[in-house]
Design a protein around this ligand. Sequence first.
Ligand SMILES: [Zn+2]
Ligand SMILES: [Zn+2]
Length: 403
Amino acid sequence: MELNHIDIESIVKQVMSEVVGQGATHPQAQTSNTGPVPQRARVAMLTDTKKIEVKAFDIPSINDDEMLIRVEGCGVCGTDVHEYKGDPFGLIPVVLGHEGTGEIVKIGKNIKQDTIGNGLGIGDKIVTSTIPCGVCDSCLTMPDKDNLCENSGIYGLIPDDEKKFNGWFGDYLIIRKGSTFFKVNDMDLKTRLLIEPAAVAVHAVERAKTTGLLSFNSTVLIQGCGPIGLLVMAVIRTMGVENIIAVDGDTNRLDMAKRLGAKHTVNFRHYKDHDQLVLRIKEITKRGADFAFQCTGVPQAAANIWHFVKRGGGLCEVGFFVDNGNCSINPHQDICNKEITAVGSWVYKVSDYPITLDFLRRAKGIGLPIEDLITHEYPLDQLNEAMDTNMKQAGIKIAYVNK
Ligand SMILES: [Zn+2]
Ligand SMILES: [Zn+2]
């Protein structure tokens, strides 16, 4: 192709406008390609138990260490619902939402890259992870286990403050100094909305791997097919494990489990008692599961799962992010005599995020319909309804989507 002078001039103009558009020179002077940033914007604030109100505030100016994000959406988490119901964390008034994603519309000049060194600019899509405090006993003595930080922060669980935009249930979010965030431009919105819960699943599997009991030919049982259980299943399947057994009491969730890699599904409601259920699991696995993930928040289920694991097998408890009470197990029969190796899993480490992004890309690569986990979408002014839907356990993953 031959270019004349006019062609070259127009190409140079186009390239220059793109370079400027990426914020390479004067980031603070840039606005996003989704239009100018308004002066005021809305947040959905939990002002009382079971009461979310949409309020509008002026968007404050961004300093050199901050970013302004136009929110595209945010998943509703069990933690949000827990706070919505009774304010156990004492955060009210608070803008909830920690499973969010959005686009950078303003960026302070000190922010040049994300937490793993990818260059950042206006228009990039990001997700946030936790903010370890760095000074508590856990942070000081186990810096490689930042999920155990005693004062860990996360956007969406910070009480209302003077800057206002500190939860993902809003039109905008202000990312402050010291945060962790990752560029995720190559992922569609639904997948981005699942990154945070997927990180919980990835961390659980990383914990399980420390037992040395997970391999390609392992028989893995996953009890509880809510978003976390289903994502654990998808991680295990993506790792190459084929013998996966899903246990739940909901037909729709078990159907989804099949689509995400379960070879066998077991509806515990079809068995007249626990002994019958154990017999069915033994029938499928011959001697019990090599490894089991407990992903329900039901104490009795946490006690029962020990009976599904074979002698010398492993178990990961990932179901209790809130205290739902006690259960009893028999230390002779369940732990000692069978030599079960059990690990607990708590949230995720910041370093689990890059692994999670890899997992999601690979899961798509092998055709797992991860994005179908999002069954309900609500706009900002219907978050009370979104919480209700979650409480009724309708669907799988409920999300706020900012259209
Ligand atoms: Zn969550
Ligand atoms: Zn700490």
